[in-house]
Design a protein around this ligand. Structure first.
Ligand SMILES: [Fe+2]
Length: 459
């Protein structure tokens, strides 16, 4: 049986081509079917599909769409189902589609012209299985979700733990060498609950807590991004406020737990998911921004985390081609028009957040809008005079650049964390790089700190 990451059901050539290119870029296993009947007859594919896209633009009415989604949902209980519509639906119609099993509803123009699909697909496919550390397992405990092991030979996930069974020393010993096991994204809350419930007071407690908080934030952030970028219907403003508040809370929890570990920078580096230059780095950037702010201007650390989290939301609204060039590090290949689109992403992002009536503090607005500005005015989009530049928004740019330096790129050699971290900061101090010197000088203690990479990377 073929393992499929993404399946699209459509007759529309541009939708099929869009999915095919995306899957080629991300190295996802992909298939398309001309109709849902064709697909339903080949149901042997269903259990492995992580992302299922159903084009409903040619359907007669919302009930036909709902019926097809229901059948699909019965065949694929853990897949992420995206439904494409060609017109807005009223909140009741939306509710019906969601109840039938759709995870996300997109409009056809949104599907082909912006980069939301890249964001969602990379989240739900790449992070369909989320790594958890064997060292985070606690003897004599029980988890309410499944655990999986990645088989190195065929890269398949093998179920090795059933919810509710006892984890004993023998189980832990069996997988210690593997270091990492996996939980399905649908079981993530069970994992977080587990870590919080047992609260083992061992040497690993701090790092374990950090990782759980990081995952919680990642999950809430995914939902927030989907809500903020939603163009199908006027989403409930209350839901947006609620999710924003949840992200604020999870950021605060993460910051507290990071203060509890001896190697917080490494803990973030080890927990992060997603490619650089993409929105999904938001959680890692948020954590770095919070920790940098602790050195530069501690009172703004919680806001810096929210600024870091949201700064690149505008990238969802750029075209697939622009986001592709960003993701592959080919900014120099942007055409004039594409570059214009790219430099506006901080503005797009801020406007989109405000359009959902999410209450943003002025400083967080500045952090989003000025996340690419520099005091030498070589930044974008507005190039304010140095005198008008506040220090805090520049924390976001620094956090993003640090994240870029520290991220292990696919196909590149693993970097030495401590050396890269220190040479990044001393490089900034030597060159200035569009930052005020007084801000960079506050980072000196980080350059002199003694790294303890072993604590979190090998625990
Ligand atoms: Fe950005």
């Amino acid at each position: 049986m073929n393992q499929l990451d993404l399946v699209v059901i459509s007759k529309n050539k541009s939708f099929i081509e869009r999915c095919r290119t995306l899957c080629a870029d991300f190295d996802f296993q992909y298939a398309y079917f001309g109709s849902s009947e064709d697909f339903f007859e080949r149901s042997e594919h269903a259990p492995t599909i992580k992302c299922f896209i159903l084009d409903c633009t040619k359907f007669e009415n919302i009930h036909e769409a709902a019926g097809t989604i229901q059948v699909a949902r019965q065949m694929m209980d853990s897949s992420y189902i995206i439904t494409i519509l060609n017109s807005k639906v009223d909140p009741e119609g939306m509710e019906l589609l969601k109840k039938s099993g759709a995870n996300l509803i997109m409009l056809d123009n949104e599907f082909t012209t912006n980069s939301k699909l890249e964001f969602v697909a990379s989240q739900v496919i790449k992070s369909a299985f989320i790594p958890v550390k064997v060292a985070d397992l606690i003897p004599e405990s029980r988890i309410n979700g499944h655990l999986y092991m990645l088989m190195p030979v065929n890269r398949k996930f093998l179920k090795i733990y059933k919810p509710g069974s006892k984890i004993d020393n023998a189980f832990i010993a069996k997988y210690t060498e593997a270091k990492e096991l996996y939980t399905h994204r649908n079981d993530l809350s069970a994992w977080v609950e587990y870590v919080q419930k047992y609260q083992a007071k061992d040497d690993n407690a701090g790092a374990r807590n950090c990782r759980a908080n990081f995952l919680k934030l990642q999950q809430a952030f995914l939902e927030l991004v989907i809500l903020i970028s939603d163009q199908t219907v006027s989403t409930s403003f209350a839901a947006g406020k609620e999710l924003f508040a949840l992200c604020e809370k999870f950021c605060a929890d993460l910051l507290v737990s990071l203060k509890d570990v001896t190697a917080p920078w490494e803990a973030v580096n080890n927990s992060s998911v997603g490619d650089f230059g993409s929105v999904e780095r938001g959680t890692a950037v948020a954590a770095y921004a919070g920790m940098l702010a602790e050195q530069i201007s501690p009172e703004v650390a919680p806001k810096a985390m929210m600024g870091g989290l949201l700064a690149d939301i505008g990238l969802i609204l750029v075209s697939p081609e622009v986001s592709r060039k960003i993701r592959t590090g080919n900014l120099s290949q942007l055409t004039g028009e594409e570059r214009m689109e790219y430099v506006k992403h901080p503005i797009y992002g801020l406007n989109q957040i405000l359009s959902k009536r999410i209450p943003l503090d002025d400083l967080i607005k500045d952090m989003i809008l000025m996340s690419h500005e520099r005091i030498d005015q070589k930044g974008f989009p507005n190039k304010p005079a140095a005198i008008k530049m506040k220090e805090e928004p520049m924390i976001i740019r620094l956090a993003q650049e640090l994240d870029d330096a520290l991220t292990i790129k696919l196909g590149k050699e693993r970097i030495d964390f401590d050396n890269t971290f220190k040479s990044f900061l001393s490089g900034k101090l030597n060159e200035g790089d569009g930052y005020p010197l007084i801000m960079l000088l506050k980072l000196n203690p980080l350059i002199r700190r003694t790294g303890n990479a072993s604590e979190s990377s090998h625990s």
